[in-house]
Design a protein around this ligand. Structure first.
Ligand SMILES: CC(C)(COP(=O)(O)OP(=O)(O)OC[C@H]1O[C@@H](n2cnc3c(N)ncnc32)[C@H](O)[C@@H]1OP(=O)(O)O)[C@@H](O)C(=O)NCCC(=O)NCCS
Length: 154
């Protein structure tokens, strides 16, 4: 456990809790990562993450990756029934504390241009739009544009 606030607990993702991410991704209608991909990220891919539990139920997660002088948000989600209660913000702030401690220059992430909620969320946290990534995501029919967002720390 890294942090407890009343009935909320933030844990570091590891082999014991990482599979809860899949349940949240299903609920979020987000791509569900294969078990092997999640474990590979944590064990071999410079990846890490946090999971937030309320009364011992997993309700939100963030998947992250360390690169050279920057860190990337790979995936983030909160159960539909628990949104707009500051859950994703708590996960992001946990991530951001590490970013500041490690003197990381900037964070980056990609999001679908259509994902209004996520873009509002990231702008709320101080990320800026860098560029549109044309046809970045494969859609049911054709492709969808992505948006590269970033926040610079120093
Ligand atoms: C994006 C997401 C993670 C936000 O989670 P959340 O726990 O609801 O976010 P928070 O409660 O911490 O929101 C903080 C602020 O972000 C902004 N925000 C969040 N959701 C928003 C929405 N649907 N519309 C407009 N602004 C929004 C608001 O400014 C909000 O503050 P407020 O509630 O006081 O107005 C959540 O909607 C989600 O899981 N979406 C599906 C998965 C996804 O799209 N992931 C991102 C892809 S990388």
């Amino acid at each position: 456990m890294v942090r407890q606030e009343g009935n909320l607990i933030i844990e570091v993702l590891d082999a014991s809790n990482v599979l809860s991410v899949q349940d949240i991704q299903k609920n979020c209608d987000e791509p569900v990562w294969a078990t092997s991909s999640l474990l590979h990220l944590l064990n071999k891919g410079s990846g890490y993450g946090y999971i937030l539990k309320y009364l011992n139920n997993s309700i939100g997660y963030i998947l992250l990756r360390s690169l050279d002088n920057e860190e990337e948000v790979l995936s983030l989600g909160v159960l539909k029934s628990k949104r707009r209660q500051g859950i994703a913000s708590k996960l992001f702030y946990e991530f951001e504390k590490g970013v500041i401690r490690k003197n990381v220059q900037r964070i980056i992430l990609e999001v679908k241009v259509e994902n209004y909620a996520a873009i509002c969320f990231y702008e709320f946290l101080g990320l800026k739009k860098i560029k549109v990534l044309k046809d970045y995501y494969k859609a049911e029919k054709g492709y969808e544009d992505g948006l590269l967002l970033s926040k610079v720390y120093f």
